[in-house]
Design a protein around this ligand. Structure first.
Ligand code: XIL
Length: 262
């Protein structure tokens, strides 16, 4: 289970030092009472970031605000969240570089490393993940940028345990190199997961290919769909999920079940 919005910064710390865990707790409690594993999403992200953080221009202030947010949130969910998206979507589209606002601009290149080190201190048991979209195609610049970062982190002992591939696909499903991408990252010594899967039109072939890519890589440890019913999807008009608006199973549901081995 992943909270779609309830553990994001604008909900969790709407003003400096005022933490609001109520909405996230509802999901955490629901997951716990059903024996479901919970992914934490997300600690450091440029989007759904409150204005008071976006307007910080002093590095020391932003560093302490970022580290405090990570520390408090992870402490609250310690033992309840098994894996955290510590940093989400930090790389720019079509590029090997970080996107500018606000953490990169104010803190510079080291902000991702700092976030992961802080996260390890805050919860030594949770798996620490980097999560992004458009990093499924091995030949994409963004994929190569993230791969270089993970390789560098592993070589220098910066704590990172997993990479999340969001998997928001068009009707063609995953790129043909997706399994190669998953296995190349896994070979660096991290788990890989599909964290936010949805595919425009929910084609059975696209879903089958996505699930197979993960099943074929032993360190691929999770597949999460980004919503249950089409009508609740953030891409509702693309009907990208496994259940229709009435909760009926779609053909993609049966394709996924079969790809999982029935
Ligand atoms: C989306 C939610 O599904 C929407 O409800 C919200 O309005 C915007 O965010 N990448 C992510 C997710 O990491 O957090 C985003 O979720 C979808 C893209």
């Amino acid at each position: 289970v992943t909270a779609e919005n309830e553990m994001k910064w604008d909900t969790v710390e709407p003003s400096r030092g005022n933490f609001n865990f109520g909405p996230g707790d509802q999901i955490a409690n629901q997951a716990a009472s059903h024996g479901q594993k919970l992914r934490g999403h997300t600690l450091v992200w440029h989007s759904q970031l409150p204005g008071w953080v976006q307007s910080i221009s002093d590095a020391n202030t932003l560093r302490s605000v970022m580290n405090n947010h990570i520390t408090q949130t992870m402490a609250h969910y310690r033992g309840k969240v098994y894996a955290w998206d510590v940093v989400n979507e930090a790389f720019a589209d079509g590029s090997t570089q970080h996107r500018p606002p606000v953490f990169q601009n104010v803190l510079g290149n080291g902000f991702i490393e700092e976030a992961f080190r802080t996260a390890r201190s805050a919860d030594g048991s949770a798996k620490l993940c980097y999560n992004d979209y458009n990093i499924e195609d091995w030949n994409a610049a963004k994929t190569q940028g993230v791969y270089s970062m993970v390789r560098d982190f592993k070589s220098r002992g910066v704590p990172i345990d997993c990479v999340g591939f969001q998997g928001h696909f068009g009707s063609g499903g995953p790129p043909s190199s997706f399994q190669t991408t998953l296995s190349n990252f896994a070979a660096l010594g991290v788990d890989v997961q599909i964290t936010e899967l949805d595919i425009a039109g929910a084609p059975t072939t696209g879903y089958t290919n996505a699930v197979r890519a993960c099943m074929n890589v032993s360190r691929c440890t999770g597949i999460t769909v980004w919503g249950v019913r089409d009508t609740d999807s953030w891409r509702a008009s693309s009907t990208p999920l496994l259940f229709d608006g009435n909760g009926n199973k779609k053909p993609a549901y049966f394709a996924v079940l079969s790809a999982l081995g029935g």
